[in-house]
Design a protein around this ligand. Structure first.
Ligand code: DC
Length: 227
């Protein structure tokens, strides 16, 4: 197996919205005793800042400058932008939509990719996103690509947002997911796709426990004993 840049074990989990990757990645990280890196939260942080500063998300120059000026940090499972805790505020539907727009800008991606690699220097890491196995950690020890049928993914998002005052109608959510998928898969830079050496898992008809068990066994097999 090719070594990673540092001596850390890196497990990448990529996939579209609602594929179950966030919960699976977080649970897997806890089971393995690894750090957990939510890279979507970083793109959401940029999107949140855009909305705050009223920078148009399509304006590449402005958004690039904004991204470079931000301090984005994870602390005890919380996400801080310039020391302000945005963990909950980045989960709105408006932020989701803007995140997929700002994620198309090269400087935004370069800046966040540098940050992601720096985070993974701190120790064994399970990282989740769209490009973790393809671009950010091509030499990762173990790679997964999670998928699920579109209607299952929309239903999961709908349930996740049950307490939100701005929860869209189910049909609108399906439409939003389709639009985001299209943007994520068709952008010229780091499009959403499985790495050649990733294991694809369809989570539509599996429980979280089944998915995590499968991944855990795979990581143990590929990485050998660790602790
Ligand atoms: O996983 P998420 O819904 O929190 O991601 C938010 C947006 O960020 C989504 O539109 C895709 C984008 N993203 C990305 O382009 N690359 C990543 N590594 C993670 C997320």
């Amino acid at each position: 197996m090719p070594p990673t840049a540092s001596n850390s074990i890196i497990v990448t989990i990529d996939g579209p919205a609602g594929s179950g990757k966030s919960t699976a990645a977080r649970t897997l990280a806890t089971r393995l005793g690894f750090e957990f890196l939510d890279t979507g939260a970083m793109y959401r942080a940029v999107a949140w800042s855009c909305l705050q500063s009223e920078a148009p998300p399509e304006n590449e120059r402005l958004v690039s400058e904004l991204t470079r000026s931000l301090s984005i940090q994870f602390q005890n499972g919380r996400l801080l932008i310039n020391q302000y805790d945005v963990t909950d505020e980045i989960r709105t539907s408006a932020v989701s939509t803007v995140a997929s727009v700002v994620a198309q800008h090269p400087v935004v991606r370069e800046t966040l990719v540098d940050l992601q690699r720096a985070c993974a220097e701190h120790g064994n890491t399970v990282t989740e996103g769209r490009d973790q196995g393809t671009i950010v950690f091509p030499n990762a020890n173990c790679k997964f690509f999670l998928t699920a049928r579109p209607e299952v993914r929309a239903q999961r998002r709908y349930e996740e947002m049950s307490g939100d005052s701005d929860r869209p109608e189910f049909e609108q959510l399906v439409e939003e997911i389709r639009d985001r998928d299209h943007r994520d898969a068709n952008r010229s830079i780091a499009p959403l796709r499985p790495a050649d050496d990733a294991e694809s898992i369809d989570t539509s008809d599996s429980t979280l426990e089944e998915v995590v068990k499968m991944m855990e066994a795979r990581v143990q097999k590929k990485s050998g004993p660790f602790g």
